[in-house]
Design a protein around this ligand. Structure first.
Ligand code: SF4
Length: 415
C-alpha cells in the first residue's frame, strides 16, 4: 500500500517512521468524537496510536500535548530542551474529515484515513491498592500490554542514565536532588493490571515487562520470577494467548536468567540499544560502565544456546547511529539466533549528543531493507503479531517479502 506525501510515494513503514519521528498535531475534535468509540486519550501517558489501512500500528505523539506534559513534568534544567522541542514543527495533523472519519493530513493534504484500536476503559482503572493504570502501564497497538518501569534504574540513579531515556532522566534528576523515586507497582498491582487487560477487556494478548537496569541483576531475575509467579497466581499464565517478553539487566552469571524462563517468560531481552561501541559509551554510559558489552553478549548467547533461536532479544534505538553499524550489529546477533528489535528513536524533549533531529527517510529505508534481509536469512522472528507503537521490527517482518522484492527492483517506491 502506497501513500503520497509531498510528491513522494511512501509505503506504510516509510509513513510510520515519518509520523513517529515528527509527531502529529491532534485536533481536539478527534478526542471528542472518537474518545468513546475508539482508544484515543488526551494524555500522552496513554500511548495513543492509529492504525494505517494495511494494519500497521503507528504511535501518536500529539506534539502540543506532549510538550505541555513535559513542561509540567520536568525540572528547570530541562526547560531549555523543552523550549528547543517546542520550536519543532510537525507538518502532520490528525483531524476529523468531512466524512466524519479520522484522517492524517500533511500540510493540509489528506494522506490517509486511519483506524483506532477498540474503545477501552483501561486508563480509567485503579488497582485495589489505589494505583492508577495511567502512567504505570500502556496498551500498545491492538494486542500488547506493556509495563514501562517495574523497578527503578540504578544506573540512572548513579548519574549514568541513557541519553535517550525519559524514565532514566527522571530517576537521575530525582536522585540528584535527594528526592524519592516514583512509586513502583507492587506484584499484586501488576497482576491485577494484566488480569484486566487480558481477561476482562481482552485488549492484550502479549505482555511486555520492563524495568530499569540494576546493580544486582541476580536479584532482578529473582524479582521478575516473583512478578511472573503473581501473574500466574492471579491471571493464569496459560490464559495469556500471546507471548511474555521480559527485559532484564544481564547478570554476571547468565544462568540466573533460567529462573525467568522457569517462571513463564517466552523471550528475554537484554538491550544493547546502540551497536557502535564509541557511540554506545557516550549514549548508554551506565550500560557501558556497569555491565559492559561483553556481558550483554554472553547473556544473549547463553539464552540462544540453551533455549534456541528467537528466545533472546536485544532492543536498539534506531536513529542514533549510522545504518551500517546498526545493521552490522543486527546481523551479528541474528546469525547467533538472537532477535534484533528496532525501536524508532523519538527525538522529542531529550537530545542525544546535543541533537534532536532524526535521520532522513533514506536512513530508515536502508534499515527496513537490511533488517528484512537479515530476518529472512537467519530465520529470525520479532515479538508480537500486529506490531507495536514505535518498533519497526514486527512491521518489517510482516512485510518482509514485499520489502525484499521492492529493494531488488531498480526503482523502489519513492526513490
Ligand atoms: S539503563 Fe534502561 S532504564 Fe536506565 S536509563 Fe538506560 S534505557 Fe533507561
Amino acid at each position: 500500500m502506497l501513500f503520497s506525501v509531498a510528491g513522494q510515494s511512501l509505503d506504510s513503514l516509510d509513513l510510520k517512521v515519518l509520523l513517529v519521528t515528527k509527531g502529529l498535531k491532534v485536533s481536539l475534535d478527534v478526542y471528542d468524537q472518537f474518545g468513546l468509540t475508539g482508544r484515543i486519550h488526551p494524555d500522552p501517558r496513554a500511548c495513543n496510536c492509529v492504525i494505517l489501512p494495511d494494519g500497521t500500528i503507528v504511535h501518536v505523539t500529539d506534539v502540543a500535548l506532549h510538550m505541555r506534559y513535559l513542561k509540567g513534568a520536568v525540572l528547570l534544567e530541562s526547560l531549555r530542551n523543552v523550549r528547543h522541542a517546542l520550536g519543532m514543527r510537525t507538518p502532520f495533523r490528525l483531524v476529523v474529515s468531512a466524512r466524519g472519519t479520522p484522517v492524517i493530513l500533511y500540510e493540509n493534504e489528506e494522506v490517509t484515513e486511519v483506524g483506532l484500536p477498540p474503545a477501552s476503559r483501561f486508563y480509567e482503572q485503579r488497582t485495589s491498592s489505589g494505583l492508577p493504570y495511567l502512567g504505570n502501564a500502556v496498551l500498545q497497538g491492538v494486542d500488547f500490554l506493556s509495563f514501562q518501569c517495574l523497578w527503578p534504574c540504578d544506573y540512572a540513579k548513579a548519574g549514568y542514565s541513557c541519553q535517550f531515556c525519559y524514565s532514566g532522566g527522571v530517576f537521575e534528576r530525582l536522585a540528584r536532588r535527594g528526592k524519592p523515586a516514583p512509586v513502583i507497582p507492587t506484584h499484586r498491582d501488576i497482576a491485577e493490571i494484566v488480569d484486566y487487560a487480558v481477561n476482562r477487556e481482552a485488549a492484550a494478548g502479549h505482555l511486555q515487562l520492563t524495568g530499569g537496569s540494576t546493580l544486582n541483576p541476580q536479584a532482578e531475575c529473582h524479582l521478575i520470577g516473583a512478578i511472573l509467579g503473581e501473574i500466574d497466581h492471579v491471571v493464569g499464565l496459560e490464559s495469556i494467548p500471546g507471548e511474555v517478553l521480559v527485559y532484564t539487566t544481564p547478570p554476571a552469571d547468565p544462568r540466573a536468567i533460567d529462573q525467568v524462563f522457569d517462571a513463564g517468560a517466552d523471550r528475554v531481552a537484554c538491550s544493547l540499544e546502540v551497536w557502535d561501541e564509541a557511540l554506545a559509551e557516550i549514549t548508554t554510559p551506565g550500560k557501558w560502565k556497569f555491565a559492559g558489552r561483553r556481558r550483554y553478549l554472553e547473556c544473549l548467547e547463553y539464552v540462544a544456546g540453551k533455549y534456541g533461536p528467537n528466545r533472546a532479544c536485544s532492543s536498539f534505538v534506531v536513529g542514533l547511529e549510522p545504518a551500517e553499524s546498526f545493521l552490522e550489529g543486527a546481523e551479528y546477533l541474528a546469525a547467533r539466533g538472537i532477535v534484533p528489535i528496532a525501536s524508532i528513536w523519538i527525538p522529542f524533549g531529550k537530545p542525544v549528543m546535543g541533537n534532536m533531529k532524526p535521520p532522513g527517510l533514506d536512513f530508515y529505508r536502508q534499515i527496513k531493507q537490511g533488517l528484512a534481509r537479515i530476518y529472512v536469512k537467519y530465520g529470525i522472528e520479532p515479538p508480537g503479531s500486529a506490531g507495536l507503537n514505535v518498533c519497526a521490527c514486527r512491521d518489517i517482518w510482516n512485510h518482509r517479502t514485499e520489502i525484499i522484492e521492492g529493494a531488488e527492483r531498480p526503482c523502489f517506491a519513492g526513490q
